[in-house]
Design a protein around this ligand. Structure first.
Ligand SMILES: C[S@@+](CC[C@H](N)C(=O)[O-])C[C@H]1O[C@@H](n2cnc3c(N)ncnc32)[C@H](O)[C@@H]1O
Length: 281
């Protein structure tokens, strides 16, 4: 595997920390957004239920003919456990060494795990369906489409459940997702036909309100308290560090602590959709 970029390393560590905290404090097993069904109270302690609903939604859209699946960017392998229990043959792919060790604990030898990015995957195996649950956004679109066409059996399926950036004016406080116009342009030229398209932006946007609440009411005050403590002990050193890293600190504040990171902002700038395509040979 080629050397990981700084961005890839920080993304993997972010996912690892997210998984450790979410799993320990909130019983979360997955690394995706929750799907907030009507009636489910928007409360952080319900996030694991919403995540299970997301997994159920994805599984309910698998075509009947599918027997073998490759899960690209499989996170913790929880969806794969559900799929294996339902009788599918499932292989997993993830570039994360830490998450892969968790998947091995969970799945044992029931699944073959490729420790690689999808862009670099090399295999002779072919699958009836290749799925991307909130992982498509991290993969180069052209490479994802060409690899998927190559690794699918005849008439195989590609299932994508992920965020896309809408083409609207203004600056969005939230990152994530390929540009929708770019994806539409490339998929339009690729040998796939659209079978199903489901907009789940409304059911996933509440995650942003939850995260915003945690950041504004827990993370931010906790960081401020830590800084105050450090200032009370080493005022000059803190001043110097703040000045040296002022640009980085400002960037982090804008990226993670902006109060605009809400469900409304998400609905304005993003589209979260489940897409099912069939390969054309
Ligand atoms: C947000 S997590 C989603 C995990 C899982 N699919 C789920 O639904 O819980 C994104 C996943 O994409 C993986 N990923 C990131 N870059 C990738 C790449 N270039 N190729 C394949 N997987 C990648 C990460 O390691 C992680 O497992």
């Amino acid at each position: 595997m080629s050397k990981k970029s700084k961005k890839e390393v920080s993304r993997e560590i972010g996912l690892e920390v997210g998984y450790l905290c979410g799993n320990y404090f909130l019983k979360m097993n997955h690394l995706h957004y929750g799907y907030w069904k009507e009636g489910l109270e928007l409360d952080i302690t319900n996030l694991h239920i919403a995540q299970d609903e997301y997994a159920k939604l994805v599984i309910s859209h698998i075509p009947k003919s599918v027997k073998t699946i490759l899960d690209v960017g499989c996170g913790t392998g929880q969806i794969d456990k559900l799929l294996l229990d339902k009788g599918f043959k499932v292989d997993c792919l993830s570039p994360s060494n830490y998450l892969n060790s968790k998947i091995r604990e969970l799945l044992g030898d029931r699944s073959n795990i490729y420790e690689s990015t999808y862009e670099e995957l090399q295999t002779e195996k072919r699958y009836d369906m290749i799925q991307f649950c909130e992982s498509f956004q991290y993969i180069d679109i052209e490479k994802a489409l060409s690899n998927t066409h190559k690794f699918l059996n005849k008439n195989g399926y590609m299932l994508i459940c992920d965020i896309f950036k809408k083409d609207v004016q203004g600056k969005c406080a939230l990152s994530g997702g390929h540009r929708l116009y770019k994806f539409n342009e490339l998929i339009g030229k690729a040998p796939f036909k659209l079978i199903e398209q489901l907009d789940i932006t409304g059911q996933t946007a509440p995650n942003m309100d939850l995260m915003n609440d945690v950041i504004q009411n827990v993370v931010r005050p906790a960081i401020n308290a830590g800084v105050r403590l450090a200032e009370s002990r080493q005022a000059t050193a803190v001043k110097v560090i703040k000045w040296l890293y002022r640009k980085k600190i400002e960037k982090l504040k804008t990226k993670y602590c902006s109060e605009n990171r809400t469900g409304e902002e998400f609905k304005k700038f993003k589209l979260y959709q489940l897409l099912l395509y069939q390969k054309i040979d």
